[in-house]
Write a protein that binds this ligand. Structure first.
Ligand code: GRF
Length: 191
């Protein structure tokens, strides 16, 4: 199974996926990262991918969403991608694009969906005063963070949490959950 990872920034979830291949939680015999695609040329995620010798491509989002998505679609097809993982990819994708990749595109989001969709999910959680937060890996559909849920992990919100401390606690779970779900999807395809 060919996996594409779409990124825009830091790339810690990309690193988590690569670590899972390194330590055997993901089997390179059944899946591999076929492409790391970034819409941001100087994203640290991209530098890491290059450092690790992964195939990379930068497609700047520019002003024309249609042209951007056509280029992304072409890149994914060129690399025979079976599964698209949005890992800190910070652009909304159009319903048309998502429909073309329906069932083959997943996202990791730092909240227990359906709570706290969209940006600054951890800040939203703190402002709401919840005592349990977490992350979700879900299929991507036409809405923002609305697709069917694949897996979730919960963390406590502690009394003195800031956005940073809560985000860091959630991120640990993101890094565990994302490779797990990718492995399950690879397995499901082979069953
Ligand atoms: C993560 O918190 C992810 O849930 C959200 O954006 C952040 C990306 O972090 N969608 P990174 O680039 O993977 O480090």
């Amino acid at each position: 199974m060919n996996v594409a990872v779409m990124v825009s920034g830091r790339g810690s979830n990309l690193r988590a996926l690569v670590s899972a291949y390194d330590d055997g939680r993901l089997d390179p015999a059944t899946s591999r990262i076929a492409l790391v695609l970034s819409n941001v040329a100087d994203a640290p995620a991209l530098a890491f991918a290059e450092f690790r010798g992964l195939p990379t491509q930068v497609i700047p989002h520019g002003r024309d969403r249609h042209a951007f998505e056509a280029a992304v679609d072409e890149a994914l097809r060129t690399h025979a991608v079976d599964l698209v993982v949005l890992a800190g990819f910070m652009r909304l994708l159009s319903p048309g694009f998502v429909a073309r990749w329906s069932g083959r595109i997943i996202n990791v989001h730092p909240s227990l969906l359906p709570s706290f969709r969209g940006l600054h999910a951890q800040r939203q959680a703190l402002e709401a005063g919840v005592t349990i937060a977490g992350c979700t890996v879900h299929h991507v559909d036409a809405g923002t963070d609305t697709g069917p849920i694949l897996a979730q992990a919960a963390v406590p919100v502690l009394p003195n949490d800031t956005e940073e401390t809560l985000s860091a606690r959630i991120l640990v779970e993101e890094h565990r959950l994302l490779p797990l779900v990718v492995g399950q999807l690879v397995q499901a395809r082979h069953d």
